[in-house]
Design a protein around this ligand. Structure first.
Ligand code: NAD
Length: 329
C-alpha cells in the first residue's frame, strides 16, 4: 500500500511508520516538524521513507501529498494539554482546520481509506464506567482541556464527513507510552529525570488512572482497523489494563526498573491542574468483535520503554531543556 502518514515524525506516528515500513509498505510522511517532530526519528529508515515538511493546513502541499495514496493515516496534531492552555488558537488551527484540509483533499484525490486518530479524551473523565463509541456523537463534548476540545471538534468533523459517505475510519485511543515520546509528557519526563539523577514530580497523590497502551501495539491496532474496520465507523483502542494502573504505580515501576527506591525518588507535588481529568476508561468490545485483541504486557513494556530511554540518551538530551521549560512558566 502507498500510505501517507501525517505527524509521522512525532511519537506515535514514528512508531507506526517503523511498523508499516517493516511490513513492506511504501510510506510518505507529511509533518511540519514542530518541537515535537523529529527528522532524526526517521533518519535510520533512510530512503525507505519519504519526508515532506509541510503544515496540514497548507492546502497546496496537502493536495500534492495525497495524490496517488491508497491510505492516509492522520496523526498530525498539537498534542500537549499543558501547552494547549496557553495557546488554544494554535491547537484549533492544527487540529481542527488541519483535519478539515486533510479530509477534503483526501476525498478529492480518491484516497481509499482515511484513518483519523482521535483520543479517549473526547469522552471526558469517567467515574469508572467504560465509554462506548456511541457515547460521543458529533456535537457531544465532555472534553475539558483546550487540547481535548480541539480533538473533539476534529472527531466531529471526521464523523460528519463519514456520514456523507467519505471512506473514513476513526480510532479513539488511550494514553500511549513507548520509544520516541517527547520528554514533556509524564512518562518520558519521569524516566529522563531518573536517568539524570533527579526526582520525579508526581502530581497530587498520583491516583489518576490512564489505560496505558504500548505505542507499538497501537500501531498494530491501527493496521488492524485499516484492514478490517468498516468504513464510517469509530473504534476505541485501549490496553484494558486490569487492575487499573495509577500514575503512582507507573512511577514506582519506573523507579524499580532503574533500581531506585520509590520512597526516595518520587516527589509528590501539589497538582498544578487539580481539575484535570481523573480517569479515562473505554470499552473495546466493538474492535474485539472484529477479532482484535489487546496485547497488554505492562510488566515487560514499561521496563522495555525505560531501556529505550537508557539506550537513546542523545535523542532525549537534545529535547529535555525545552520540554522542562514549559513547567517553569
Ligand atoms: N500520545 C498519546 O497518548 C495519544 C493518545 C490518544 C491520541 N493521541 C493522538 O495521536 C496523535 C499523535 O500523538 P503524539 O503523541 O504522537 O503527538 P506528538 O506531539 O508526539 O506528535 C505530533 C506530530 O504532529 C506534527 N504536527 C503538529 N502540528 C502539525 C501541523 N499543523 N502540520 C503538520 N504536522 C504537524 C508534529 O511535528 C509531530 O511530529 C495526535 O493526533 C494525538 O491527539 C495521542
Amino acid at each position: 500500500m502507498k500510505i501517507l502518514v501525517t505527524g509521522g515524525a512525532g511519537f506515535i506516528g514514528t512508531n507506526f511508520v517503523y511498523y508499516m515500513v517493516n511490513k513492506g509498505h511504501e510510506v510518505v510522511v507529511l509533518d511540519k516538524l514542530t518541537y515535537a517532530g523529529g527528522k532524526d526519528n526517521l533518519e535510520p529508515l533512510g530512503d525507505k521513507v519519504k519526508l515532506i515538511v509541510a503544515d496540514v493546513c497548507n492546502r497546496d502541499a496537502v493536495k500534492d501529498a495525497v495524490k496517488g495514496m491508497d491510505w492516509v493515516v492522520h496523526f498530525a496534531a498539537e498534542s500537549h494539554v499543558t501547552r494547549s492552555e496557553s495557546d488554544p488558537e494554535l491547537f484549533y488551527r492544527s487540529n481542527v482546520e488541519g483535519t478539515k484540509v486533510m479530509i477534503e483533499e483526501s476525498i478529492a484525490a480518491n484516497v481509499k481509506k482515511f484513518l483519523h486518530i482521535s483520543t479517549d479524551e473526547v469522552y471526558g473523565s469517567t467515574d469508572g464506567a467504560l465509554f462506548k463509541e456511541s457515547d460521543k456523537l458529533p456535537g457531544d463534548s465532555q472534553a475539558s482541556s483546550a487540547y481535548a476540545k480541539s480533538k473533539s471538534l476534529a472527531d466531529d468533523l471526521a464523523q460528519n464527513f463519514a456520514k456523507k459517505g467519505a471512506p473514513i475510519l476513526i480510532t479513539r485511543t488511550t494514553n500511549n507510552f513507548g520509544p520516541w515520546q517527547y520528554p514533556e509528557k509524564a512518562l518520558p519526563r519521569w524516566v529522563t529525570n531518573l536517568l539524570l539523577g533527579e526526582k520525579i514530580p508526581v502530581w497530587g497523590e498520583g491516583k489518576q488512572v490512564r489505560d496505558w497502551l504500548f505505542a507499538p501495539d497501537n500501531a498494530k491496532a491501527i493496521e488492524f482497523v485499516l484492514e478490517n474496520g468498516k468504513l464510517g465507523e469509530v473504534y476505541n483502542v485501549a490496553a484494558n489494563n486490569k487492575p487499573e494502573i495509577t500514575n503512582k504505580m507507573v512511577a514506582k515501576i519506573l523507579c524499580k526498573s532503574l533500581d531506585k527506591d520509590p520512597n526516595e525518588w518520587i516527589d509528590y507535588i501539589p497538582d498544578p491542574r487539580p481539575d484535570h481529568d481523573f480517569r479515562y476508561a473505554i470499552d473495546t468490545t466493538k474492535l474485539e468483535s472484529l477479532g482484535w485483541k489487546p496485547n497488554r504486557d505492562p510488566e515487560n513494556q514499561f521496563p522495555e520503554t525505560v531501556k529505550w530511554y537508557q539506550d537513546n540518551q542523545e535523542w532525549w538530551k537534545k529535547r529535555k531543556a525545552e520540554a522542562e521549560s514549559i513547567y517553569k512558566k
